[in-house]
Write a protein that binds this ligand. Structure first.
Ligand SMILES: Cc1cc2nc3c(=O)[nH]c(=O)nc-3n(C[C@H](O)[C@H](O)[C@H](O)COP(=O)(O)OP(=O)(O)OC[C@H]3O[C@@H](n4cnc5c(N)ncnc54)[C@H](O)[C@@H]3O)c2cc1C
Length: 309
């Protein structure tokens, strides 16, 4: 990982820097490139715009590491309202949430209770919910909460990170459940021993996991295979593999982030690949935005331009 990348990820963990930057007009201008706005209404309007283009969406209410019970309950209530609003507008939206936003740091049981509330409403509204994967201090707890809640709520999926050496073993335990799995490369600063180090190694690990989800036993088990990446060459390799296995377009879905590689999102959708765009919203965008900068430090240029805009 380059020095700039690790500085940006370290910066994402700083509450002092978040306070310093969050209300600055230039930062708000820069962040608009990756999120349509801070409100649920802005996210729903953007989802409607994507739907008009034939592209479905996933909504994420930004926030993480909430360690206060009242705030955790407020986050759960927000998701309940958002689920109702999506149904009222008949939008093709799913949701993706972070367990530390739902009280994981307060204890497993609080988090399970909050997630169950959301999943019950999601079941009533016919909506699918994803769990994001956070840093390794939370990996075991996230898998545990996922397994517990999914046993009662099948419309729950999990993100897994290709850069973690442990992920293939985790995935082997999830395939027999017929789980919905979203593979991503991984966005956190991790101890060197736990992760693949080079971009090439991570892309190869992603490709192996992707191939695993396309294998006949995984498909028989009912696995929903989602590849969350903007790495189009990697996607094309997996697409070729799916074709070689005789699978139709649609054997896997491609999920990308709002505002990143938009032309590719539309090309893939036009070619019949199910594409879903993840739209983030909310006021707590600082840590999330810093991770987007770390993924492509060239994005710092937009921040510089926003200072002078
Ligand atoms: C739908 C979705 C859900 C995600 N959920 C999680 C999660 O739960 N946990 C987690 O750890 N990570 C998550 N991520 C982030 C992921 O781990 C990567 O950090 C991120 O996707 C960048 O890696 P990449 O696969 O796009 O490949 P890269 O090799 O990083 O990027 C490929 C190309 O895409 C473009 N690109 C990528 N990122 C950016 C950017 N920020 N700005 C501009 N261009 C860019 C560039 O052209 C780059 O060359 C998610 C990503 C997506 C798309």
């Amino acid at each position: 990982m380059s020095l700039l990348r690790s500085l940006l990820i370290k910066g994402s963990e700083s509450a002092a820097l978040a306070r310093l930057v969050r209300d600055r007009a230039f930062a708000r201008r820069a962040v608009r490139r990756f999120m349509p706005g801070e409100t649920l209404d802005a996210a729903l309007d953007a989802a409607a715009g994507q739907a008009a283009l034939g592209i479905a969406t996933t909504l994420t209410y930004l926030g993480e590491q909430v360690t206060d019970a009242a705030n955790t309950a407020a986050v759960a209530r927000h998701y309940l309202e958002a689920l109702d609003r999506v149904r009222a507008r008949a939008l093709p939206c799913e949701f993706s949430l972070k367990l530390t936003h739902l009280g994981l740091d307060l204890g497993r049981d609080v988090c399970v209770e909050m997630l169950e509330r959301i999943c019950r409403r999601a079941g009533e509204t016919g909506t699918f919910v994803w769990i994001d994967m956070e840093g390794t201090p939370h990996t075991d707890a996230t898998l545990d909460v996922f397994r517990t809640v999914r046993a009662r709520h099948p419309q729950l999926g999990l993100c897994v990170q290709a850069y973690l050496r442990r992920t293939p073993a985790d995935v082997e335990t999830l395939i027999p459940l017929g789980a919905a799995l979203r593979i991503v490369k991984g966005a956190y600063r991790e101890p060197r021993a736990l992760v693949f180090r080079t971009k090439r190694e991570v892309a190869d690990a992603f490709e192996r996991l992707g191939a695993r989800l396309l294998a006949p036993d995984a498909r028989r088990a009912g696995v929903r295979a989602v590849f969350g990446t903007h790495d189009v060459r990697l996607l094309e390799r997996l697409r070729a593999r799916a074709r070689a296995l005789g699978l139709a377009e649609g054997a896997f879905e491609c999920h990308m982030l709002y505002g990143i590689r938009t032309a590719e999102q539309r090309r893939l959708a036009a070619e019949g690949v199910p594409v879903r765009v993840l739209i983030s919203y909310g006021e707590s965008w600082f840590a999330w935005y810093m991770r987007r900068l770390a993924e492509r430090p060239a994005n710092l240029w937009f921040v510089v331009k926003s200072v002078f805009a």
